[in-house]
Design a binder for this molecule. Structure first.
Ligand code: ARG
Length: 460
């Protein structure tokens, strides 16, 4: 079977099922740009080291230019019989330029080639994802900038806890996405190391200049152990773990958007273009985009499980198992990129219903802690103050009124330390303004945070 790179030894052709089962070209053709870039860098180095001739290099460069054009224009014929992106491109190169094409693979194996391609491709995708994470943060900061004075209930246990500003709540997500971007930038350092030169597993007897290839391709360094270079995919696991964490953050924001839009909250409205209707219930506008973003986090976490399970217990070095790294990795990148893009857009289309948020904050005795803190400032130990306020809340609940609506006399009956200045303390604004600690919800603090994020994001 002339189509196969290892044919001489084989006495019968591969069965069609085996061919279909083992081929990866249908999905790994996505690596074509990295594959060509890696081959060109390898070829240049081979020529510089006099392992191939200058004319061979020229032929390879000419052939690759044509292959690039054929792929870009959709004219390249991908062949399942040629198994993967590497053999497809190499076979076409040889068809185009003859012997020089056959010399390209000198001192190289598909094992170090594929590891190089995946790292090169992933590095580019990480850079795009970091940009998308910045755009997501910018959208949240822009909305937050308009709502440092908008009060909403803050929750613990999903029960009304203390008043916070909507801006403060949004900036919590900005912190998460900022860490996600940092995490990816950190993963990038370990992705950006060159495996090429490891050959099949043991290195090669040709005098390759690996450092030169690394420089040409923009790698920060070269893998220092050839067995490790072709064998491990920890960079892919690590990337997918970082992506999973980011998707989990997205899922929490998405869930809150769904909740806030529910009639029972009514805190926000979403632009029509991010909602869908119902074929049976004419009144419905459903937040499908947010629901899907929440759902797709499961898909990415699933890919993480696939990758770490793929690697578990694999003996060194390269095993064909590793070909299974690509689909989870590709889908992780696609899902995360699309999700960040659409969520950032959708955040820009949020209408905030300030009155509803404020009304909800007034409902759950959210200023009870403020009353306790007030009593502490008047000299009570905190635990005693806590107890006094519990009685005040109980009484307010019994009468169906807010803490701020309890007559002063009644509060004074509970504890004589209470004076008329308690009124301000019991308002939502008073509560917000009081929390001036660094990182707290007071508008002055939150405004400073908005500005810090704006500066940080502008600096890139
Ligand atoms: N398509 C393969 C992969 O993704 C390329 C490496 C194959 N090497 C080999 N010796 N079969 O891992």
């Amino acid at each position: 079977n002339k189509h196969q790179a290892w044919s001489a030894l084989f006495s019968e052709p591969m069965s069609e099922l085996v061919q279909r089962y083992t081929a990866s070209v249908n999905f790994d053709k996505r690596l074509w740009q990295a594959d060509i870039a890696g081959s060109l860098a390898h070829a240049e180095m081979l020529a510089a080291q006099h392992i191939i001739g200058a004319h061979d290099l020229a032929d390879i460069q000419r052939g690759m230019a044509q292959i690039r054009a054929e792929i870009e224009e959709g004219r390249f014929e991908w062949k399942l019989a040629l198994e993967d992106v590497h053999l497809n491109i190499e076979a076409r190169l040889t068809a185009l330029v003859g012997d020089a094409g056959k010399r390209l693979h000198t001192g190289r194996s598909r094992n170090d080639q594929v590891a190089t391609d995946v790292r090169l491709w992933l590095r580019g995708e990480i850079d795009k994802l970091v940009q998308l994470m910045a755009a997501m943060q910018a959208a949240l900061v822009e909305l937050a900038a308009q709502h440092t004075e908008t009060v909403m209930p803050g929750y613990t246990h999903m029960q009304v806890a203390q008043p916070v500003s909507f801006a403060h709540h949004l900036l919590a997500y900005v912190e998460m996405f900022a860490r996600d971007a940092e995490r990816l930038a950190d993963v990038r350092k370990r992705v950006n190391v060159l495996p090429l030169g490891a050959a099949a597993l043991a290195g090669t007897s040709y005098p390759l200049d690996r450092e030169r290839v690394a420089r040409t391709l923009g790698f920060d360094g070269v893998c220092q152990n050839s067995l490790d270079a072709v064998s491990d995919r920890d960079f892919a696991m690590e990337f997918t773990a970082a992506a999973s964490i980011c998707m989990v953050h997205v899922s929490r924001l998405a869930e809150e958007i769904v909740l806030w839009m529910s009639q029972n909250f009514g805190f926000i409205d979403l632009a029509d273009r991010y909602c869908t209707g119902s074929s049976i219930m004419p009144q419905k506008r459903n937040p499908d985009v947010a629901e899907l973003a929440r759902g797709k986090s499961g898909r990415v976490v699933g890919h993480l499980m696939a990758l770490i399970t793929l690697m578990k217990g694999q003996p060194l070095t390269y095993n064909k198992d590793n070909q299974e790294d690509k689909e989870p990795l590709f889908d992780t990148v696609d899902t995360l990129a699309d999700t960040l893009r659409i969520m950032a857009e959708m955040v820009g289309g949020i209408t905030v219903k300030k009155e509803a948020m404020e009304r909800a904050a007034l409902k759950g005795y959210a200023t009870a802690t403020d009353l306790a803190d007030y009593l502490v400032k008047k000299g009570l130990p905190f635990r005693d103050a806590h107890e006094v306020v519990a009685h005040a809340v109980k009484s307010a609940i019994a009468r169906g009124i807010d803490l701020a609506e309890l007559p002063l006399a009644e509060l004074q009956a509970l504890n004589p330390a209470v004076t008329a200045d308690v009124a301000e303390v019991l308002t939502l604004r008073g509560s917000l303004n009081a929390r001036r600690v660094l990182g707290g919800t007071a508008p002055v603090q939150v405004q400073a945070q908005v500005e810090r994020h704006q500066r940080r994001l502008a600096a890139g």
